[in-house]
Design a protein around this ligand. Structure first.
Ligand code: DC
Length: 219
């Protein structure tokens, strides 16, 4: 079984996908973490997203890997586990900028498809239903209004003890939505056959229950 879960930033995709994976005992792949890692890697090398030739060259020698440790996804650059580092707010914008490049998408989509091929899984991202797994058994597009998404991000940052400004967070989220939906290659868009789930007024448990119910009925 393959499940695609797409949607804009901060809609709760990863929390929902993790819970679904656990309930159905299938693998979860967070594809955003992969774009974040490549963004961090290029930034460390000082290569700008405008310089696609250099990005492509650097990708060929990137020692990037995804590993599962005690059932949890970790991302590595060489031997360095960057799973925490990629969650910094700064890296969100980097991920969005480099994710617009064809060479980055080609490189990561191939890895994602190879991983998904081997097992039952749920993938979350922006282009899973439209591009990575166009034949997925179930497709969902999870969204919520941007004020609510900013509030949820703020809550996450608060729990991690990180500083934030709620208005700036909302602006960043809207800017990232705009960039992700207006890029030329695989923009963020609901697949025609994806079920739209608006979680503005739903908590995580309600969202998960709603999606699981559709999967169970459709089986
Ligand atoms: O889901 P996230 O916030 O961790 O994703 C970070 C960025 O990566 C997002 O702004 C756009 C990009 N991304 C993408 O283009 N395609 C995906 N399948 C997943 C993420």
């Amino acid at each position: 079984m393959k499940i695609a879960l797409d949607g804009p930033a901060g809609a709760g995709k990863s929390t929902v996908a993790k819970a679904i994976a656990k309930q159905l005992d299938i693998m979860y792949l967070d594809t955003g973490a992969m774009y974040r890692t490549i963004g961090l890697y290029m930034d460390r090398l000082g290569i700008l997203p405008q310089d696609e030739k250099s990005v492509e060259k650097a990708l060929a020698s990137a020692e990037f890997s995804v590993k599962y440790i005690a059932g949890t996804q970790h991302v590595f650059l060489k031997d360095e586990d960057v799973s925490e580092k990629i969650r910094e707010n700064r890296v969100s914008a980097l991920a969005s900028a480099y994710s617009a490049l064809g060479c980055v998408r080609k490189y990561l989509v191939k890895m994602q498809q190879q991983t998904a091929e081997k097992q039952d899984c749920i993938l979350d991202g922006r282009d899973i239903g439209t591009c990575v797994l166009p034949d997925a058994d179930f497709k969902f597009f999870l969204t919520a209004d941007s004020a609510e998404r900013a509030r949820r991000r703020a809550e996450e940052l608060k729990q991690k003890g990180q500083d934030f400004d709620i208005d700036a967070l909302k602006k960043e989220i809207e800017q990232r939505d705009y960039n992700d939906s207006h890029r030329a290659i695989s923009p963020l868009v609901r697949a025609e056959d994806a079920v739209l789930v608006d979680s503005t007024n739903l908590n995580i448990e309600q969202t998960v229950a709603y999606i699981i119910n559709i999967i169970k009925e459709g089986r």
